[in-house]
Structures are given as structure tokens and as C-alpha cells.
Design a protein around this ligand. Structure first.
Ligand SMILES: Cc1ncc(COP(=O)(O)O)c(C=O)c1O
Length: 373
């Protein structure tokens, strides 16, 4: 049997990794500044993470959400403490799209409405509710186009004030757009969304799937702007590679048996992985490291010529060049052995582990300077 061929692949086969270093099947070493789409948060194969997940697998890998799973409560408790959102509740899922799907569904259960406001260049995932609020017609099948979704320009405060009304079920926004090119939501924009939702009873959904979990230098990027969303979706860095996601839900929402559900969400292994990630983030002060190392990269990159715009916060960085980036990105990968990502044709995306060390940042700066200085 062949694989359904939907991914254009680089001819590289990683077989081993540690921290921000990867090795391929030929023994070639790489510096990983992309973390497999922002997934590697605490570093590849962190020994504590490996031990915790391994130990859990030896005891019990899975049982469904029909029995007591204290690991879920431990995770919720730790998440409440590290995020500062102790009064929110947690529903566990398996991916970012599923988190957004449940966030939208919960919003609609809550206020009984259907109209959703999303933003240009937004990416929220590929399941039907999530892709309907994603601004990319090429990944929507005819069944996914929904006339209940209105797209507004990202960061447009006036448009938000005008469009959010008493028919609006939810406003969904990424705090820092990832696929859209590392576009940071302004404080005014997020505050306008909060105010409009308060005024109309619409639900403020913050998609923290890519920008959350410490990546921005705060646990959640909206904490830079001092707003509190009603529902926060998470995934990616949450499990450091183990598929786990979730939504944090404000106390205004009342749970009801059967309202949401999943077979795999919150399973024992996923909880062990997610708890290990939080333990490491706390012990190794990785949120602080993301803030400091990210700022260091941004400060150093400012001096480079050929950069049209630098965007981002913490270790979520977009480097927009005057020229298309494909050749540079390929050279970084195949000649210099550094993994980076792109967004659109002109922006390089850096999404390394939150444990990225200064020497590793320096290595990138030195190599990258050949191409843009
Ligand atoms: C902001 C954002 N939301 C949602 C998703 C979807 O996550 P997943 O691929 O885990 O379904 C992504 C994935 O890139 C994302 O960047």
C-alpha cells in the first residue's frame, strides 16, 4: 500500500534528536529552529519527559473517559498554576483543530447563536468548523464553506466594533498569527474584541495553539495585552510531540454530561506527556528563556540588511525579506543544516524549542548573516 500523497517532502529522514539537535539517517547533524511546526517545546527527547512517558506506558497507556483519571486533574491543577487561570476548567482533546472545533461548539451551545467572526490570514485547523473560520479557500472542500462566518481584516479595531453584534456567537483570533506570517495582534485589537464580546454576549475564543504554552515569553500571548478570553485553545507545544490539545474554559460556562466528548482526549499517556512538559517549563524557567533568547534574536536581527520587517514575540519570530525566501531556506537546510520554516513566499519562521540556548541562536545568526548582511 502507498501513502495518500498530500505532503511535499524534503528528502531528509530524521532518526534521532536531543534538545535542539537532530540527526538524519546518514548521521548528519542539524540545528532545529522549527520544532516540527512549533511542537517541540521543551526540547527533543528531554530525559525527564522520556522517563515520565516511559514509566506511564509501563503502568497504563490508555483507558477511556469513563473511569477516574487523576492524571487529568494533576494536569489541570498544574496548568491553572502556570497559566494563572486557576478558575478556568480544562477539556482535553488530541489536536489544535479539535480544540478549536470544541471551542466553537461550546460557544454556540452557550449562547445559542451561529455567526462567527474570524480574521484575514487566520489558520485554525482542518476539521469542518475550524477550517470554516480559516482564511484559505484552497484547503476548504465545498462542504466546508459556511455562510455563518464573516472575515474581518486582522488588527482592525473599527471593523470589530462595527461587526460584532447580538447575533454573533463567537470571535476567534490567534494572538500571534503563525501560518499568516507571524502577525502579532495589537493590545488595542484584543481589547476591542473583549469589549465587543462583553457588550453583545459573543464568546471570545483565543487560538493559542501555536502562540501559547510559553512561546511568546508569557504562558499565553494575550497576557502581554492584559485581556482574558472566554475560551483558549491549545495543542502543539503542550505534549512536546505527543498528540494532546485542550481548551481552557472560563467559569461562565456550565458543563453538562455528554456536551463534549472524545475517545482519546486526556488519555494516560497524553497526560503524562503534558504534565512532564509543564514540570520542565517550570523547573528550567523556559518561559523566561523564550522571552530572553527571543528578544536576543530580534535585537541582533535588527542590524541585518535585506530584512523588510521583523515580527514576533519570544521564540515565535517572522523574518520578512525583500526577496522570496525559498532559496535561503533551502540553503539553510541542505548546506548549513538548520531547520527553519516559512510563511507565504517572503517570510522565514523561527519556532524553536523554548529551551534554545544562546550558542544555538548565535550559530543561526552567524549563518544567516551570509545571506542577508
Ligand atoms: C493557530 C493554529 N490553530 C490551529 C492549528 C491546527 O492544529 P492541528 O494541526 O494540531 O490540528 C494550527 C496548526 O498549525 C495553528 O497554527
Amino acid at each position: 500500500m502507498k501513502l495518500f500523497d498530500v505532503y511535499p517532502l524534503y528528502d531528509i529522514e530524521p532518526v534521532k534528536a536531543l534538545g535542539s539537535t537532530l540527526w538524519d539517517s546518514n548521521g548528519q547533524e542539524y540545528l532545529d529552529l522549527y520544532g516540527g511546526h512549533a511542537v517541540i517545546s521543551v526540547g527533543h527527547s528531554h530525559p525527564y519527559y522520556v522517563r515520565k512517558v516511559g514509566k506511564q506506558l509501563k503502568n497504563l497507556g490508555f483507558y477511556s473517559n469513563s473511569v477516574r483519571i487523576p492524571l487529568q486533574e494533576e494536569l489541570a491543577d498544574k496548568l491553572g498554576k502556570v497559566s494563572g487561570l486557576k478558575d478556568y476548567t480544562l477539556f482535553l482533546t488530541n489536536s489544535g483543530a479539535e480544540s478549536n472545533e470544541n471551542a466553537l461548539k461550546l460557544a454556540s451551545f452557550h449562547n445559542g447563536r451561529t455567526k462567527v467572526i474570524a480574521f484575514t490570514k487566520a489558520f485554525h485547523g482542518r476539521t469542518s468548523g475550524a477550517v470554516a473560520v480559516t482564511d484559505n479557500p484552497s484547503i476548504k472542500a465545498p462542504i466546508n464553506f459556511a455562510d455563518h462566518v464573516v472575515f474581518l481584516p486582522f488588527n482592525d479595531v473599527e471593523a470589530v466594533k462595527k461587526a460584532v453584534d447580538h447575533d454573533t456567537c463567537a470571535v476567534i483570533v490567534e494572538g500571534i498569527q503563525g501560518v499568516g506570517g507571524i502577525q502579532v495582534a495589537t493590545d488595542e485589537f484584543l481589547k476591542a474584541i473583549r469589549t465587543a464580546c462583553n457588550r453583545t454576549g459573543a464568546v471570545f475564543i483565543h487560538d493559542s495553539v501555536q502562540c501559547g504554552y510559553g512561546r511568546s515569553g508569557r504562558f499565553f500571548s494575550f497576557q502581554h495585552s492584559k485581556v482574558k478570553p472566554d475560551i483558549i485553545s491549545m495543542a502543539k507545544g503542550m505534549g512536546n510531540g505527543f498528540p494532546v490539545g485542550g481548551i481552557l474554559i472560563s467559569p461562565a460556562f456550565k458543563a453538562k454530561y455528554g456536551m463534549l466528548g472524545t475517545t482519546f482526549g486526556g488519555n494516560h499517556l497524553a497526560c503524562a506527556a503534558a504534565t512532564a512538559v509543564l514540570d520542565i517549563i517550570k523547573k528550567e524557567k523556559l518561559i523566561e528563556n523564550a522571552a530572553v533568547t527571543g528578544q536576543y534574536l530580534l535585537d541582533e536581527l535588527v542590524g541585518f540588511k535585506g530584512i523588510k520587517e521583523l515580527r514576533g514575540r519570544g521564540l515565535m519570530i517572522g523574518i520578512e525579506l525583500e526577496a522570496p525566501v525559498k532559496e535561503i531556506r533551502d540553503a539553510l537546510l541542505f548546506k548549513d543544516h538548520i531547520f527553519t520554516g516559512v510563511a507565504g513566499s517572503h517570510t522565514i519562521r523561527l519556532l524553536p524549542s523554548l529551551a534554545l540556548r544562546k550558542e544555538e541562536a548565535d550559530r543561526f545568526l552567524e549563518v544567516f548573516s551570509q545571506y542577508v548582511k
